[in-house]
Design a protein around this ligand. Structure first.
Ligand code: ZN
Length: 350
């Protein structure tokens, strides 16, 4: 294996685009016009109809990701193939974009482990992203758009559902007769987790600081939703021994309560640390209770296809709000103030 820095995956984001230009928060992301070109061999040019914002974009905008500007933001995109230099795709095809960046050629990629690729990255973070009129990506990174979803919904699910699917299904192996506790239920990835867990048939509990979001979580199928402060007590009160799986993305602020909410042999699966990168874990609680602490990030192409199949069977994302691309700063601000429930979408063209 080469020890030199692998080349980043090439993605061209063109036309009118939302570009991170300086680490100033939402105001550091500005609309710019980029030249358009024709796709190179193996790539497709996708006219983006809708893109969606993740917390990642906000961290990028605040300078927390240490990504040098300029960068076109957003990992999620859905649109129409304008031109294809990949024989698998034809102009006019309606597609969604796989948000994991990978080389598709290495041993890991050939084994289906795109997340272990040496050139692994996230679209819109490690390469330019989907918040633009035209994006050139590898033909292997596009999949047919689910016919039952609107453009906004098609842009709302890729990163969060891919991430949550790998966490719950592949990593934590959530079973239909088990109970999962979803932390911070308003976040896009948590809303995806509720939908996926309900799709599997598992019992869902949730937490949120906001009463309105707790109510929404229950409308989505959570049996109960608790305030974020001291949730382990009511969780244990309801379940007896605790839950089988805790779905985490908050980290430092909640990991203690998450550990206390686990049943014997339970699993915590996490994809984030929004409340700080270092967290304290009670080691005796981990080993005496045979608990597992599991990390996960993004997902593989096969997991993305499993999400698409589940959507065909009725699983749905939640769109919080749709903003025109030109209002990207307002869209980022909505996430910055944690008002959203589900996904904030950018509408790019009709
Ligand atoms: Zn690879």
């Amino acid at each position: 294996m080469s020890s030199s820095h692998p080349l980043p995956i090439e993605v061209l984001s063109q036309g009118r685009a939302a570009v991170f230009e300086e680490p100033a928060g939402p105001s550091g992301v500005r609309i710019r016009e980029r030249p358009t070109t024709r796709p190179k061999q193996g790539h497709v040019a996708v006219e983006i109809r809708a893109a969606s914002i993740n917390h990642l974009d906000l961290w990028l905008a605040h300078g927390a990701q240490k990504i040098p500007p300029p960068r076109v933001i957003c990992a999620d995109g859905a649109g129409v193939v304008r031109e294809s230099a990949d024989p698998r795709w034809r102009a006019g095809a309606e597609v969604v974009i796989f948000p994991t960046l990978c080389c598709w050629e290495c041993e890991q990629c050939r084994a289906g482990e795109n997340v272990y690729c040496e050139r692994f990255g996230v679209l819109g973070e490690h390469a330019d992203g989907t918040a633009c009129e035209l994006v050139h990506v590898d033909g292997r990174s596009v999949f047919p758009k689910p016919s039952g979803l609107s453009w906004a919904e098609s842009a709302a699910f890729p990163l969060t559902f891919l991430t949550a699917w790998r966490m719950l299904v592949t990593r934590a192996r959530l079973q239909p007769d088990e109970t999962v506790l979803v932390i911070g239920a308003g976040a896009g990835v948590a809303v995806a987790a509720i939908a996926i867990a309900r799709h599997i048939g598992a019992r869902v509990l949730a937490t949120s600081r906001s009463e309105a979001k707790r109510k929404r979580a229950m409308e989505l199928g959570a049996e109960a939703a608790f305030d974020s402060a001291g949730f382990s007590k009511p969780v244990r009160g309801l379940t007896g021994d605790g839950v089988d799986v805790v779905f985490e993305h908050v980290g430092a602020a909640t990991i203690g309560e998450s550990m206390r909410s686990l049943a014997m042999g339970g699993r915590i699966v996490t994809c984030g640390s929004t409340s700080g990168v270092n967290a304290e874990v009670s080691m005796p609680r981990l080993f005496f209770r045979h608990a597992s602490l599991i990390g996960s990030t993004m997902g593989n192409a096969a997991e993305f296809e499993a999400v698409l199949k589940a959507i065909d069977r009725g699983m749905r994302p939640v769109v919080d709000a749709v903003y025109p691309l030109n209002d990207v700063q307002a869209a980022l601000t909505r996430l910055d103030t944690a008002e959203q429930f589900g996904k904030v979408v950018l509408s790019v063209s009709a």
